[in-house]
Structure formats: C-alpha cells, structure tokens
Design a protein around this ligand. Structure first.
Ligand code: XMP
Length: 186
C-alpha cells in the first residue's frame, strides 16, 4: 500500500466486479441503440477505459475536459476546457462518464451544455457517488459505488495531481492534506 494512504475503500477485485455489474446494466439499457460514451477528463479516463471494454455492443467514444477542483479538496467553479465536435453531439445518445458525483454541479452543467448543443439524450454513469454532498438535485443513471463523505484518491482520482495511478480507491492520511505538496517526497 502507498505510504500516503490511510485506508483502502475499494480494492482492485471489488472494482472489477462493480464495473462488471454496471457494464451489464449499460449494455441492457443501450442494446439496439446507437450511443456515445463521453469520458470526462481527466478523472474518468481509468474508469471509462475499463468500462467500455466490458460492454460488448457497438459504441463510440468521445472526450471532454472539465475541472471544478484546483489543487485542494473543495469544489470550485466549473471550467469547460474542451468539448466534442458538433457532429459527435448533435442528435446523439450520450452517456456521460465521470469519476465521482459529488455536489452534482459538474454533471449538471455538462448535461445542460450537451443538451444545448443538440444531443438527443444525455444520461450519466459515475464510478463513485457521494449523495451526502449533493448541492443540485441530480441522480446518476448508473453508478458503481456509493461512498461516504471522504476525499478519496486512486483509480483516476487525484489530490493535487497525484495518486491517479493507484489501482484501488483510498482515503489519504490526514497529514497529507496539511502539508503543501511541494514539501512532500514523491
Ligand atoms: P461535483 O462537486 O461537481 O464534483 O459533483 C465532481 C468533480 O469533483 C472532483 N471530486 C473529487 N476528486 N476525490 C477526488 O479526487 C474526491 O473525493 C472528489 N470529490 C469530487 C472530481 O473531479 C469530480 O469529477
């Protein structure tokens, strides 16, 4: 286990079986329908790449980049950095895939923007869901795990840009938050 980790919340084996379950739900929901998985960068890239390889029906893949957190753990304003092209959105059934649904502001803003740009339908699939933190009324159509009100890292999720490559989901030791990243060893 990485030295900065306090507790592992979801192991690699639990993640694999959780994603199998949700991939089955997505497959049943989109069987016989064209759809595009839209991965929200950077956090969902690990989840999206594991998820799509367990969905055995035709799909297309697109990316958008959005950020709502700086280097800390508190929510900030939603910043959209790039979007799929018009013909990847217009008239398409989109499945927005994100790492974590927290206050809901990110997915709420992205869904509205994709609808405004002409998507036929926008659904959402999240790896983690923190319902206790919701600030806007939004429920994911698909979710792998519910998580308590803890800042979590690993499996794509970062703190100050680090820990995305951990193969499990974990909480960090408290002293990691209280010392600036530059003061810590890699
Ligand atoms: P909102 O609040 O808009 O947030 O639903 C969604 C985005 O916030 C980030 N986020 C986290 N990132 N650990 C992280 O590494 C967390 O516990 C956490 N909670 C929210 C994440 O980028 C997500 O897409």
């Amino acid at each position: 286990m990485h030295a900065d980790i306090d507790r592992i919340l979801f192991s690699e084996a639990e993640i694999v079986s959780g994603i199998d379950r949700v991939a089955g739900e997505v497959t049943r929901a989109y069987s016989g329908r064209d759809f595009t998985v839209v991965s929200v960068l950077k956090g969902s890239c690990v989840f999206a790449s594991d998820l799509i390889r367990r969905i055995p029906i035709p799909l297309e893949l697109a990316f958008l980049a959005a950020s709502s957190y700086g280097d800390g753990t508190e929510s900030g304003a939603l910043e959209i950095n790039f979007f799929p092209t018009g013909n990847e959105i217009e008239g398409r059934n989109l499945l927005l895939v994100d790492d974590i649904l927290d206050t809901g502001r990110t997915l709420h803003g992205l869904k509205a923007e994709l609808a405004r740009r002409g998507a036929a339908e926008v659904r959402s699939c999240v790896f983690l869901d923190k319902p206790s933190r919701r600030a806007v009324p939004l429920q994911a159509d698909f979710r792998v795990f519910e998580v308590q009100n803890l800042f979590v890292v690993g499996y794509g999720l970062d703190y100050a840009g680090r820990y995305r490559n951990l193969p499990y989901v974990a909480s960090l030791r408290e002293e990691i938050y209280s010392s600036p990243p530059t003061a810590r060893k890699a």
